[in-house]
Structures are given as C-alpha cells and as structure tokens.
Design a protein around this ligand. Structure first.
Ligand code: FPP
Length: 237
C-alpha cells in the first residue's frame, strides 16, 4: 500500500481488488437517536453511496454489499418496504448516473421473489451498466447456502456428473469476479450471517463496533492499512 503525497490517502493495488461489506447497525444507529429503524436504513443508504465512492477513489475495483438477506423478510413489513424503497431509489439513480458513476451493477441472489416490475428494473440496471469499470455487487434476497445449492442445481441441469471447485465457483452469483480479499462487518457482531461462505475461504476479516451509517473515510483508511499489515499465506508458508 502507498500513501498519496499531501493527502495521506491510501492507494490500493491488486492485492486489494475486492472488498465486501456487511452493513450492520442501521437499526441501532436510529435507536440511539430515538428515530424509527427506517431512518437508520435511510442513513445507511446515504453512507453506502459515500463508501462506494470513497473505495472507488482509493482504487478498489470490486465492492460487494449485503443489502438484504433471505432471512430479512422476517422483519416487519414497513421496515422491509422501506429498505426496498431505498434500493429501488438507488437503482433509479444508478441508471440515471451510469456514465458519471462508471459503475457496473450486479445483483446477487434469487431475484425471482420480486414482482416483475422490480425484476425488470434490476435487469435493466445490469444491462445498461455492463461495460462500466467499477464492479458493484448488491446481495439482495441473498443467502450463501442457497447460492451454493443453486450452483449445484445449475451444474446438475447442465449435465455434469463430476464437479471440480472451479465448476462451483463459476456457477455462483459472483462468477464474474474474483473472491473478496477483505470482508468488513460493521455493528459489532463477529459472524458472517450466511454471506459469501464459499467466496470467503481466504478472505481477511475486519470487524468494527462502528454502526454502518457512521463508517467514515478515516476508518476505511485504517481498515485498508490493517489489511496491508497482514500476511496472506493461502495455506502455504
Ligand atoms: C443491517 O442493519 C442492515 C440491513 C438489513 C439493511 C441494509 C440496507 C441499507 C444500508 C439500505 C439500502 C441499501 C442500498 C444498497 C441502497 P440492522 O437493521 O440489522 O441494524 P441493527 O443490527 O442495528 O438492528
């Protein structure tokens, strides 16, 4: 890792191509302010845009965020609706600003659960952004075990009778990008919560108590510096 003169901003290289974020703590952020949980998600969505922009500025080429899990449907309808509204607004903005943002959008998860209009919006967003530079994966109605089971189904349907690791990798929702180098979870919990289980095999982890809406540029600099202080041995010496 280098530091740009004057700004002290880290500049990342190919060792940190892909960062994944578990954006946890929106509800607690709102509670601390006696606000409804929905306000926490709105603040989380705002920070998501800032974090994406900042990571892109640092030179990170691929970013994955856990926006909505297969388990999140258990939340009250008004909260689910609020998160879906924020996502839908983000998709509309991302499509409108596709040239300025230079972001290639991918949605990870089973989109079949969404109404046809939402599915069409998602497909269109992926289509219009497909030649852009920065890859942004949004995990939506996503669960890693379901993803692996789905990959197995795909391989069976394609007639495979023997399966290598690469076959599974290429049948996952993340087939278009390398595994995450770093997985960051905000909000203080020390778990993966069914996120990228296959892809996380050699990822570095960073857990912070900071609530997602409060994750700022200086802490991202710290996380990046911490990543570069680690030795990745991939099982070797
Ligand atoms: C976890 O915090 C967060 C979520 C389940 C939703 C994440 C959604 C957003 C950041 C907004 C929409 C996203 C995009 C990409 C525009 P929590 O509610 O579990 O927080 P808590 O643990 O404090 O209750």
């Amino acid at each position: 890792m280098l530091f740009k003169k004057h700004t002290e901003k880290p500049v990342v290289d190919e060792r940190l191509r892909h960062i994944a974020f578990i954006m946890d703590g929106n509800g607690r952020w709102a509670k601390k302010r006696s606000m409804p949980r929905e306000a926490g998600h709105a603040s989380g969505a705002k920070n998501f845009k800032k974090v994406i922009r900042y990571c892109g500025d640092l030179g990170v080429k691929i970013i994955t965020v856990y926006a909505f899990s297969t388990e999140n449907w258990k939340r009250p309808k008004h909260e689910v609706d609020a998160i879906m509204g924020l996502l839908s607004d983000y998709i509309a903005d991302a499509v409108a600003m596709v040239d300025e943002n230079n972001i290639q959008l991918h949605f990870l998860g089973d989109m079949g659960i969404f109404p046809p209009e939402m599915q069409a919006k998602i497909k269109n967003a992926e289509e219009v952004s497909k030649d852009k530079e920065l890859i942004l994966n949004i995990a939506l109605n996503y669960g890693a075990r379901a993803e692996i089971a789905h990959a197995c189904e795909t391989l069976i349907a394609s007639g495979k009778t023997e399966v290598a690791e690469e076959d599974v990798t290429s049948a996952l929702y993340t087939a278009h990008c390398p595994d995450p180098d770093l997985i960051v979870r905000t909000g203080g919990d020390l778990r993966l919560s069914n996120f990228l289980l296959w892809q996380a095999a050699y990822a570095e982890f960073y857990f912070t108590d900071t609530l997602w809406p409060d994750l700022g540029e200086r802490e991202i600099d710290k996380i990046v510096a911490d990543f570069y202080s680690r030795k990745r041995r991939y099982g070797g010496l």
